[in-house]
Each structure stands twice: as C-alpha cells, then as structure tokens.
Design a protein around this ligand. Structure first.
Ligand SMILES: *[C@@H]1O[C@H](CO)[C@@H](O)[C@H](O)[C@H]1NC(C)=O
Length: 439
C-alpha cells in the first residue's frame, strides 16, 4: 500500500512527460529569398519536403507592409503571387496534413525605405486604430486567399545599440558624458508602442478566431523584449512566440570584435541579458506560459576576418578586421551556412596544409557558449577567419535546455541554410534532425 502512491505518481508523471513530448513544436522557417541563390544554394519547394516530416509549423518569410495604406502585401509580388509560390507552399499541407503553414511579416526582409528609419512604418502602423484595422483586414484577406493557417509577426522594432569598443580612457569619458547627457533614446514612444502592439495582437486574434487562424510572434535578434513586449498581455492571443535569441554579435553590428553569437548562458565579462537563458527568463518571469515559448536556433555562422593582430589562439572576444569574405554558396559577407562551414572542415586540402594554417574547430564542452572555427591569416595577412556557429552538438544542447525548462519547442532559422542537400556527409537537415531528437 505504502508504495502505491509513489507508483501512481510516477505513472502520471510519465504519462504527462509523454504528453508534453508529443506536443513539442518544431517551427521551421522558410525564407523565400533562398530561391534566388545560385547553384547548390538554390532552394526549391522540393527541397522543403524532406524537412517537413520533422516540422509542426512552417513559416513563410516574408511579407511586407505598404507604408501608405498599412496593408499587408506580398514582398515579391512576381514570385509569391504571379509565380504562385504562396500557393505551392500551402499546398504542401495536402502531403503533410498536420503541418500548419503561416505567413510572416517583417523579419528584417521588409526594407523598402532608406536609412535608419527604414522600418518606422512598423511603429507608425501601431499608432492609430484605423491603421491597425487596415492591417488586420488585409492580413485576414491575404492569409485566407492563399490557404495559410495564420500570420506570424516578425515585427521590425528598432534594435539595441551594439556594444562599442573603447579604450580605458574613452570609457571614463563615456561614463561622464552618459551621466550628463544620457544615451540617445532609440524610440521615445517605446512605452506607447509596447501597449499598441498588445492591441494589434488582440485585434488580429479577434479577426482570426472564428476561422481558427493562428497569430504568432517572432522576436527578432536584438529587439529588446523588455522594451517592446509585454509577455503577460500578449500571451493569451498568441499561439507561440519564437525567441530569435541569436546574433547578439554580428560582423555588421560589431565590426571590430568577434564573439560568441548565441551563447546559452551568461558569459564572464559580457552583458548579462545577451544570452538565451536571460531572454527565456524574461518571458517566463513576466507571465508567458513556458509551453508558448519556442527557442529559435540559427543554421548559420557569423564570420569575421582574422588578421595579424588577432589572438592566435582564436579565443573570443577577439580583435578582428570586419566581416569575412562571402561564402561560395550564400555569397553574403559575414555569414556562412552550415554546409559551407562543414565543407571548410571536411576539405581534404585542410589536412595537407601546414598545421598552423589549418582550419581548426573548437567545440563547446561547457555547453554554454557555442562552437567556433577559425583559420589564421597567411604570411601576407590574407585568408584568416573566425566563425561562431551552431553545429549539431550545440543545437542538441539548446534543444535539451528547451526540454529541461518545459518550453514549447524549437524553431529552425532557417531551412535553406541547414544542410538541405546532405553535403556534410550525413542525412539531409542535420541541424533540424539532431535538435529534434533531443526534445
Ligand atoms: C533592454 O532594455 C532594458 C530596459 O530598458 C535595459 O535595462 C537593457 O539594458 C536593454 N538591453 C540591451 C541589450 O540593450
């Protein structure tokens, strides 16, 4: 009799755990611009299919906002609509009946205007009921017309200022100046925008509910949740929120110093809120149910150029000289896809190179920081790079974290930068598959 209760408890707990496991979300991002890459990097609808057995949700990136009417509009009318790509993607539900396909707006892809204020329309839209209504109505129409299951808001709020690198003297001067003048404020109406965003989500959900359409949120990298998102007020109307807790360090933001782009926990001498755990804690401790929090994993690395002044051990943070050269497939300076990175490591030429100039991989046994690879520059100060990236090990650690914390699942950002061709010598979609097995 005495052992009965614990046994029952154990049985219930096991059932509960099994239930949770079945419910874990795997949100897969499809960035439609990948269609326009060349050669091995060109990503077609048929390339999506091997991934979809693992995905619960597919997010089509990205749609745009018309800056005059505030209506939701296709970003690439020709490709999305005339060439029927929206329909081709939502038609995949016929083969994968459990899959939910959402259209996403923003995602840093909607950059119609110029300069710093390019995304001001995302804040202007929030400011009046009329504009929000125009957006909500047009979203409903577009989503319904192409058979999407809902809308994801990858809202383009202003980003945090990147950390500046200062000399000792400079930092004393800065702290004096700061107390006198204060730092330039990014958005003077941030508090209003935060509340208006709650209204937008509520209104959107109100319009979508009758048709069972979903509203989700993607928190873009370096958008400060504390400033713009009220987890308690937003959560009831969101199916889930994806935290893109990566790109804390990028060559564009930090052209003079390289560091781990997406650490799981706080690292010594770094900002205490620029890591995954801090961001998850913000959402959890401010009223978001853990099951609605989805952790975004990048499938790419951030790549900087090492020069003859960089630390030859490659230990971050380290001095570098701007973004590394573009990769042969993605052709985007400062970014390398997972297959581009594994190709560098697997290159037979590498083993024949003089040891000091080989590409070295530094894994992360601490399970806190992330992996990186680097190569020292040659005698002419050329060819050096340092790349902080997600590999299958670190993706696994992050998925285990998601499981341990009882979060809603993982998101893969994005499929076109994972090994969708199987060039790394393993099955296709190495990062997606490995991460999923840890949930
Ligand atoms: C985010 O905003 C909070 C509140 O204003 C601030 O304390 C924090 O430093 C900001 N984080 C970053 C990374 O800028």
């Amino acid at each position: 009799m005495g052992s009965f209760k614990p046994l029952l408890f154990f049985a219930v707990a096991t059932l509960f755990a099994a239930y949770c496991k079945a419910e874990s979300k795997v949100v897969c991002y499809y960035d439609s611009k990948s269609h326009f890459r060349q050669g091995q990097a060109k990503f077609e609808i048929t390339d999506l299919e091997p991934a979809l057995q693992y995905c619960t949700h597919l997010i089509y990136g990205y749609a745009a906002i018309d800056e005059e009417t505030y209506k939701l509009t296709p970003l690439n009318e020709q490709f999305d609509v005339i060439k029927d790509n929206y329909r081709k993607v939502t038609d995949l539900k016929k083969r994968f009946p459990k899959l939910k396909v959402l259209l996403s707006v923003g995602g840093n892809a909607d950059v119609s205007g110029q300069d710093e204020e390019k995304n001001i329309k995302y804040r202007n839209l929030l400011e009046t009921t009329t504009r929000r209504l125009a957006f909500v109505n047009s979203a409903y129409t577009l989503v319904k017309a192409y058979g999407f299951d809902g809308l994801d808001l990858a809202w383009e709020f202003p980003e945090n200022k990147p950390k500046k690198i200062r000399s000792k003297l400079g930092s004393i001067w800065h702290s004096v100046k700061k107390t006198v003048a204060g730092d330039k404020v990014l958005d003077e109406n941030a508090a209003e925008h935060r509340e208006q965003f709650v209204s937008l989500v509520r209104e959107l959900r109100g319009a979508f509910k009758a048709e069972n359409l979903l509203v989700t949120l993607t928190v873009l990298p370096n958008v400060n949740s504390t400033v713009y998102y009220d987890p308690r007020a937003l959560s009831p109307n969101l199916e889930f929120v994806v935290l893109e807790a990566f790109d804390f360090y990028t060559p564009a933001r930090n052209p003079k110093e390289a560091d781990y782009p997406s650490p799981l926990y706080e690292l010594v001498d770094r900002r205490n809120d620029e890591n995954i755990d801090a961001q998850v804690k913000y959402w959890m401790s401010n009223g978001a149910p853990s099951a609605k929090i989805v952790l975004g994993l990048p499938t790419f690395g951030r790549a900087w150029a090492m020069d003859d002044e960089s630390d030859i051990n490659g230990t971050p943070p380290l001095h570098i000289s701007g973004p590394a050269e573009a990769g042969p497939l993605t052709k985007d300076a400062g970014l390398l896809s997972y297959p581009e990175i594994c190709t560098l490591l697997n290159d037979p030429q590498n083993a024949k190179t003089q040891k000091a100039f080989q590409v070295k991989r530094v894994p992360d046994p601490s399970k806190r920081k992330g992996s990186y690879i680097f190569r020292l520059p040659d005698e002419n100060n050329n060819g050096g790079f340092w790349v902080g990236y997600e590999d299958t090990d670190t993706a696994g650690y992050k998925a285990s974290y998601v499981k341990a914390k009882g979060l809603g699942g993982i998101a893969i950002v994005d499929l076109s930068l994972d090994d969708f061709k199987g060039t790394c010598g393993r099955d296709k979609y190495d990062i997606l598959r490995t991460a999923k097995t840890h949930l």
